[in-house]
Design a protein around this ligand. Structure first.
Ligand code: FEO
Length: 616
């Protein structure tokens, strides 16, 4: 019986799961199985993206037939020829003889290497960035060599903003009814298997993954459909940000991974004592016995942690077998950018430490800690200082945790408003349009939060009329003010209410972005136009999360910062004439004369409260 899942109105998952596979690629244990994803697009033309492993061919063929609903299959896009995705191509050709195989020349070569059928009469060759129109959809082809094989390509459906990403962004583990990553607790339950998949399958090719990520960053991607694991339709940055770290071999966590190989427990004993000493210093530790834990899990952990310790007994005058395999595996997967320490053991000629150093020393940016621990059979009391020295050397890379006692002595447990002024801000004119009414206000909280798609957040005071207009229309522009902005711009947009004034009065020709909202053509170095996707009620303010749909630069002038505004633009407050006493608003310079300032006082100009006044 078929088992398919709807993704959009015209895209269906037609893949299948395998929970009987013991070792993926014959090497990587997959206790939770694996999914082989394939997708069918039913546009004016029907398009299948890749096939599946031979183990699940029957379910897959039923799925395709069901999803086609009696239509013929027009195109098969082949993005990756590794047989877990291509095994059913020959059978598909027999079942759908008029199909066109859309692929690159490199893919074509690999298909001919793996299979014997008349492909030349079926092929439609494409090149990088070429597009294929299938009716409503435009498919753009993007080469992603070495993610994971040299022929790999991604496909971008610019109509639906979907990226078909081949092996990238996939993970080990079968799909258990859920198809989308947001249906599960991904970080808790699936991130480890995503890292294990990445580090072992494409970890060696960080540079090539970075190139592919660069290409993807230029696209407006709203959904990712990989060949293994979940489809991403929200929080895409959760997975993309991990790939950005992993591809650069940046550790995810500061802490120490200790891997040991021990025959009679003595090397294990040294590893555990070191872990205790590190924990005493507040440093996170994990420990693996390399003869028990599969190497792929330890490789994955090595991609996660900042510091690696390898403790191995000597065996046949070399490194113990399971440790030797692990060290070679790490070097083969291009591990780099880590601090490493080594503990060796040997009853008559310990050599394992030197050999581990020799192999890892050839990897890029591997910094080996000089403090060495060499054990003759079993650790003795006199050698505990060696372990302590190694812990000290590792600990030197970690900032000392602030103890509760220190915290109490030096840091008051209060919120000092001056600390909040240490945050840096820009200044922006936020504009909106409701019917024929244009309006704007000054804000200082605009931040880009994601690249794919480009999203920003803005924080807006609920007292501002612009706030209500954005809440109603969902559209706004941000004009980024430059250092050339005069004080009058801040007075015009910051010190009056749009409810009773026309903020644009006398500003001449109306400049608008495509969404119809005005922007400031003067004193502005960039304009960002966005549509609200989410709102978060923050009490006095609303946080708007919005997707950018237009953005352009107007000048190369520097953006004004809050500090620059105070130092160079805002007029210095003048003391009240005579001997009068008063309080000055730190925001706009308004002076309130008098001996006292009521707690509930609100600046009549900029509407800030008494907390923003200081005594003259
Ligand atoms: Fe899932 Fe590289 O194959």
């Amino acid at each position: 019986m078929h088992c398919i899942k709807k993704i959009t109105n015209d895209l269906v998952w037609v893949g299948a799961n395998d929970r009987r596979l013991a070792f993926f690629e014959g090497v990587y244990s997959v206790p939770a199985g694996v999914s082989y994803n394939s997708y069918l697009l039913t546009d004016e033309k029907t398009v299948l993206f890749d096939t599946v492993d031979k183990a699940v061919r029957q379910r897959f063929l039923e799925n395709v037939e069901t999803a086609l609903k009696g239509r013929k299959l027009d195109y098969l896009v082949v993005q990756h020829v590794e047989p877990d995705h291509s095994a059913v191509i020959p059978e598909l050709i027999r079942l759908y003889p008029n199909i066109k195989i859309v692929c690159s020349a490199r893919v074509l070569g690999f298909i001919k290497q793996f299979y014997d059928f008349d492909i030349d009469s079926h092929v439609r060759l494409i090149e990088e960035n070429e597009t294929l129109n299938t009716g409503k959809h435009n498919l753009q082809f993007i080469m992603a060599p070495m993610v994971h094989w040299p022929e790999v390509m991604f496909t971008y459906d610019s109509t639906s903003k979907i990226l078909f990403s081949a092996d990238a962004f996939g993970h080990f583990g079968a799909l258990n009814g859920a198809l989308f990553a947001d249906e599960v607790d991904f970080a808790k339950d699936y991130m480890d298997e995503t890292r294990r998949y990445y580090s072992n399958i494409v970890g060696k090719y960080g540079t090539q993954v970075e190139s592919a990520l660069d290409k993807v960053s230029a696209l407006n991607v709203e959904m990712i459909c990989p060949l293994h694991g979940f489809v991403w339709r929200s929080n895409l940055n959760e997975i993309i940000s991990k790939y950005m770290l992993w591809s650069k071999y940046e550790p995810e966590e500061r802490g120490v991974m200790i891997a040991y190989a021990s025959v009679y427990g003595n090397t294990e004993n040294a590893a555990e004592i070191l872990a205790c000493r590190l924990r005493d210093k507040g440093i996170k530790t994990v420990i693996f016995d390399v003869s028990v834990t599969p190497a792929s899990e330890i490789v994955s952990a090595a991609f996660k942690w900042s510091h690696l310790v390898f403790a191995s007994t000597t065996y046949n005058a070399g490194i113990f077998v399971t440790m030797e395999a692990l060290i070679n595996d790490l070097a083969a997967h291009n591990i780099q950018n880590r601090r490493v320490a080594v503990i060796e053991n040997g009853s008559w000629a310990p050599t394992s430490g030197g050999l581990i150093r020799e192999i890892l020393g050839k990897c890029e940016k591997i910094n080996i800690i000089e403090k060495n621990v060499s054990i003759l059979s079993g650790l003795k009391a006199a050698q505990l200082s060696d372990i302590e020295s190694m812990a000290e050397a590792i600990g030197a890379d970690f900032p000392a945790p602030v103890t509760a006692a220190q915290n109490k002595q030096t840091v008051p447990n209060t919120v000092d408003p001056n600390a909040m002024f240490k945050l840096s801000y820009g200044l922006f004119v936020l504009t909106a349009r409701d019917g024929n009414k244009d309006n704007g206000c000054i804000i200082n909280t605009v931040m880009q939060i994601t690249v794919t798609p480009v999203k920003i957040t803005i924080g807006v005071n609920k007292a501002n009329y612009t706030h209500d207009m954005i809440l109603k229309t969902g559209k706004f522009n941000v004009s980024v003010l430059s250092e050339k902005a005069p004080f009058s711009v801040f007075q015009q947009f910051g010190f009056k209410s749009g409810k009773d004034t026309d903020k644009f009065a006398g500003s001449g020709e109306a400049f608008r972005t495509t969404n119809g909202v005005r922007y400031l053509p003067e004193f502005t170095n960039g304009v960002i136009s966005a549509e609200v996707k989410e709102t978060i009620d923050c009490g006095t303010h609303t946080l708007f999360v919005a997707e950018v749909n237009q953005a352009f630069s107007l000048s190369s002038d520097a953006s004004v910062t809050y500090q620059y505004y105070f130092d160079n633009i805002k007029p210095k407050p003048q003391p009240p004439k005579g001997n009068k006493k008063g309080f000055v608003c730190k925001i706009c310079g308004y002076v309130h004369e008098g001996d006292t300032l009521p707690d509930d006082f609100v600046c009549p100009l900029c509407k800030h409260g008494a907390a923003d006044f200081e005594k003259i």
